[in-house]
Design a protein around this ligand. Structure first.
Ligand code: URA
Length: 290
């Protein structure tokens, strides 16, 4: 029986609706792409060409530069990564390179430019944007989450989805908003499908967030959830034990920043009864900064 074009598009619509409901949010190729082979080729070709930072600037077409979401941050204009992009092999060499590059950043804007040009983290190949920060870098309070999700990846800003809305409500409850708090993530590129970042990916990204904290120099740091607490306080203890107790984040330069680990807003959305625990932590932070 012949299928009319109307029936055909109705079928396609249903299929796409089904995919969307099932959580499919990326279009993939029919054939698997060997990103590691592409990466090796790109490295060979790239080392003979211009420096990475220049490459980033010149390979972007005007259509790829999207208009930024209204944000307090002057320097968080989303940049769409060129696709397809080679993925780096996440290894110790990339982590060492990240440490060296992060150390060399003399300002937050320099750090952001370095991260835009950095090709050593495979997560960048599948992310749409670098999610650097939102809020006020001059604020005395800095909050660090784990990694961007779908909404953050699209907007190029941290905590703009449902957990971000809850975070905004919690901040408002202690008299703050994004003009009086600075917000970032340990991992600045969305892991595909929101999977957990691997330990090596975290190791590669860690120098960047550590330098970001050092340059922002907040009076108080809050780590949101388990991964951020483990990465920035270098602990294996779980967040339920850690939360609510003051610790110190020690920067590469040896500066000690009082740090309050607390529950992640996404966890609070799933466990609303625990909001009162996070509330206590935020009240404690408010008292310390008063
Ligand atoms: N969860 C995070 O840890 N960070 C974000 O930016 C959004 C959700």
């Amino acid at each position: 029986m012949a299928v009319s074009s109307t029936e055909h598009s109705a079928g396609l619509r249903e299929l796409i609706t089904f995919y969307a409901e099932a959580g499919v949010d990326e279009c993939l190729l029919d054939e698997p792409a060997d990103r590691f082979a592409e990466s090796a080729q790109a490295r060979q070709a790239g080392s003979a060409r211009q420096p990475a930072a220049r490459r980033e600037e010149t390979t972007r077409s005007p259509e790829e530069s999207r208009a930024p979401r209204k944000s307090f941050m002057p320097d968080t204009q989303p940049v769409v990564a060129p696709r397809p992009q080679a993925a780096a092999v996440p290894d110790g060499a990339q982590a060492a390179l990240a440490r060296e590059l992060a150390r060399s950043a003399a300002s937050l804007e320099e750090l952001r430019q370095i991260m835009l040009a950095f090709e050593g983290c495979n997560l960048k190949a599948t992310a749409k944007n670098l999610v650097f920060a939102d809020g006020n870098p001059e604020a005395d309070l800095m909050l660090v989450g784990e990694a961007p999700g779908r909404d953050e990846d699209i907007e190029g800003l941290p905590f703009v989805g449902r957990s971000g809305q809850l975070l905004d409500r919690i901040l408002a409850a202690i008299g703050r908003d994004r003009t009086s708090a600075y917000i970032a993530n340990v991992i600045p590129w969305r892991p595909p499908g929101n999977r957990d970042p691997s330990p090596m990916e975290t190791e590669i990204c860690r120098p960047f967030i550590e330098r970001q904290i050092e340059l922002a120099a907040p009076k108080v740091l809050m780590t949101l959830g388990n991964p951020s607490t483990k990465a920035l306080l270098r602990t294996q203890e779980g967040i339920t034990k850690m939360r609510g107790k003051w610790r110190e984040h020690i920067t590469a330069g040896g500066v000690r920043i009082p740090t309050m680990p607390t529950l992640h807003p996404a966890y609070l959305l799933r466990n609303p009864a625990h909001k009162r625990l996070a509330w206590r932590d935020f009240l404690d932070v408010r008292a310390r900064l008063a």
